[in-house]
Design a protein around this ligand. Sequence first.
Ligand code: GDP
Length: 481
Amino acid sequence: ADDALIALDTFSDRTAGLMHPSLRLGVTGLSRAGKTVFISSLVHNLLNGGRLPVFEAVRSGRVSKIRLAPQPDDAVPRFQYEDHIAALVRDRIWPDSTRAISQIRLTLDYESASGWGRMFSRGELSIDIVDYPGEWLLDLPLLSQDFRAFSAQTWERAEKGVRAELSRDWRDRAKAAALSGPAEELTARALAESFTTYLRACRSDERALSILPPGRFLMPGDLEGSPALTFSPLPLPPEGRAEPGSLWAMMERRYEAYKTHVVKPFFREHFARIDRQIVLIDALTAINRGAEAVADLEEALAEVLACFRPGLNSFLSSFLTRRIDKVLIAATKADHLHHESHDRLERITARLVQRAADRIGMAGAGLEVMALAAVRATREATVEEGGAKLPVIVGVPMSGETIDGQVFDGKRRTAIFPGDLPANPDLLFMPVDAGRPAELPLNFVRFRPPEIEETGGGLKLSVPHIRLDRAMQFLFGDRLA
Ligand code: GDP
């Protein structure tokens, strides 16, 4: 009887899909990549008649109405669009970032442009935007790793480069915890906390390292403090099996519980239902931090991309019946650069994506790459300096930001010369002695969100952006044809 019920469910899902087509758009990226800002601006621009010349269905006037509609999944939190937009537009502060999964539904009424469609020329498309932390995707490799392999890999990584210093405290504690000693909750908690502190330090603004499973340690969602999250990798015990009742055995059990109760359900219940995906990456921050951060981002991207080729993973291919048919990798925050550098950012990102795809033996085909700014916080100008004209960007740097010792107060408009990205993207991936610039001449400050102009009637215009319309056209333009 259960089977019949399920069959009926799928059937009604399908018939609902026929009468009321919908598209599930996943939006992901590591924390601070710009997911919240992207979704808020996309929805705002669609609802408020934003300037979207490349989004054909809107430009040609075929979309007659766009509205927010109740989402189909009652058990998933709603994306708090209204709060985020109030922060961005009214208060001119950046909204709270993504901490867990959420969704929001947009419904578009449109007229079909295709000859065939003219017979039924009116259409309706619902777009379910699903926002989730990219950290959760980095957990996929754990499914094919036992606790021993996970511990060994994490330990090895923690001893390298800048991580060695950041992980020292955790490693000292883990070594000191008697491995075959009894399983004590307090020891487990102290180790889990110290491990999480290390992961957080890697993610801090100065380091900007990316690759940090288990994903929920940084983005716990509603699982904070649960036993499935209170574990830590350990130094390998001497040969042989760990004693039952030992700390090792306890950690091992919790690690397995994490995989069973946290990782698998996410992939099965949420990831499996996505049709199209945008992955946001903060390539600029990584470039600005240097070679280690870029290499790390590349590695993280490889693991993210592997999720979109289920053939590469037996767990995924065991239940994925349909396939995500379009994936867009977008470098965000392009408004930190003068437009002359936007194409350079795009080329560097394409190179990064290609390298990441190569790592996992995946053809880069089918992946689209763009550089965009969901919210353009700056304008462009030129200033004269010593007879030369310099391209600059003008915006209000956030309070506390500094350049060359100058501290900003968050109130004054300031012109900043952002510097140039290298024209040849390969330079960034070479060792310094082979041509990689030891330091890039980039000036990055975080800007406040822009002031939004008002029309005569006191109505706010839509949020300014860079190439957001191109992303829309790629992600769902064909579904409005
Ligand atoms: P999330 O963690 O992926 O949800 O990241 P957010 O969307 O909260 O973005 C993190 C931060 O990046 C924001 O608070 C902004 O400071 C910055 N940011 C994101 N998108 C943009 C953008 O398009 N332009 C600019 N200038 N800053 C952005």
